[in-house]
Design a protein around this ligand. Structure first.
Ligand code: SAH
Length: 352
């Protein structure tokens, strides 16, 4: 475990907070604006690079603050480098993972919102870690800043998905604060439509998102179309069953005016039969939505298996004409343990 650093990180602070931090050092407030520019617009990682600040001021800053708080502890990359899983150590020693994903068309950063996860979905590796702690908004923003440095030169656009470790809506305030910075004009300036929040289905928070009119894309981890099966796969369904969940989703669609994505892992014999497909159509077919089918990614020993391509196709064929949009997402990075559900703060990558 690394020794605790008493200096506050600046990453995660808004312009106003940075101005105040500068005043606390006896500096002029406009310095805060300059620092925000270095950190969020230019993405620099050290005070030494802030070349428009006088040298003594950089030293002074260094004594009282640090830029960020995450420490890279290891990474795994696919041979083509299109998928990169990076492990970061938090101040208190915990590990989180973030994933950089690229195709010829787009770049997507998959961020963690918590260290560990308390929802214990049966198919998910993070769910086996148990509840950890909420990440701070700074720790969330810093993941995006660090992954942005991985982009090829000249590439400015990227998407952000909260599909890493943890349940973003359980850490609502920090995630929204982080998103204010990620989307803000003085922050990373990412358009809201490029942000997706994925949730196990926390009804009160979905309603809160709707009432606050935040135009982020919403993805619901559905995975089953009946309460009986969903409660077995996802214990959270006992607290928020399908009926109130779907009502909240409808409210969100009405208020925000965007279609919602339903994620549905396909697990052989568990939820991939034609009867399951028919139930799914009945549940979501009338809504403006996209169904994202994710063939199950193995997470170690267990009785779950990924269906054959034929079974997957049969499911897709049934849904195709009956729901507004269907996609099959073959997760990137399965071979490096970076795919959906496989993030678990592995100690071994930390040791490399
Ligand atoms: N807690 C949020 C954010 C994590 S998202 C949520 O559950 O939505 C991670 C996505 O990967 C979710 O849709 C999750 O259900 C899915 N997933 C989890 N384990 C998986 C596995 N073994 N194979 C494929 N997808 C998985």
């Amino acid at each position: 475990m690394k020794p605790l650093d008493p200096r506050d990180p600046l990453v995660g602070m808004t312009i106003t907070e940075l101005e105040r931090a500068m005043m606390s050092l006896g500096e002029k407030p406009f310095r805060g604006r300059q620092i925000a520019d270095w950190i969020y617009a230019h993405g620099i990682a050290s005070f030494g690079e802030m070349t428009n600040l006088p040298l003594p001021m950089r030293t002074h800053l260094e004594e009282h603050f640090r830029v960020g708080s995450l420490e890279e502890r290891g990474r795994r990359e696919t041979p083509d480098r299109r998928t990169r899983k990076v492990a970061y150590a938090l101040d208190d020693g915990g590990l989180i993972e973030s994933v950089y994903m690229s195709t010829t068309r787009r770049y997507t950063f998959c961020l963690s919102s918590q260290q560990g996860c308390g929802f214990a979905c049966r198919f998910c590796a993070t769910g086996r870690m148990g509840r950890g702690r909420n990440l701070t908004s700074g720790e969330i923003v810093e993941q995006a800043l660090r992954l942005r440095r991985e982009l090829p030169p000249g590439q400015k656009e990227f998407n952000v998905v909260f599909m890493g470790m943890g349940e973003p809506l359980e850490n609502y305030d920090a995630v929204m604060r982080a998103l204010d910075l990620i989307t803000g004009p003085h922050g990373l300036h990412v358009p809201t439509k490029r942000i997706t929040i994925s949730t196990v289905g926390l009804v009160p928070q979905i309603l809160r998102l709707a009432s606050e009119g935040r135009r982020y894309r919403l993805a619901i981890s559905l995975h089953a179309a009946t309460d009986d099966l969903r409660s077995k796969l996802m214990p959270v369904n006992r607290t928020f069953p399908l009926e109130p969940l779907m009502r909240a989703v409808r409210t969100h669609i009405e208020r925000v005016g965007e279609r919602v994505t339903f994620e549905y892992i396909l697990i052989e014999e568990i939820n991939d039969t034609l009867a399951d497909a028919a139930k799914l159509v009945r549940l979501v077919g009338q809504l403006p939505c996209r169904v994202n089918l994710i063939p199950y990614n193995p997470i170690g020993p267990g009785r779950f298996r990924r269906p054959s391509p034929e079974r997957i196709q049969r499911f897709v064929d049934h849904l195709g004409p009956r729901v507004p949009a269907v996609t099959v997402r073959y997760s990137q990075g399965v071979e490096i343990g970076a795919a959906c559900g496989q993030l678990a703060g592995e100690k071994e990558i930390a040791l490399r």
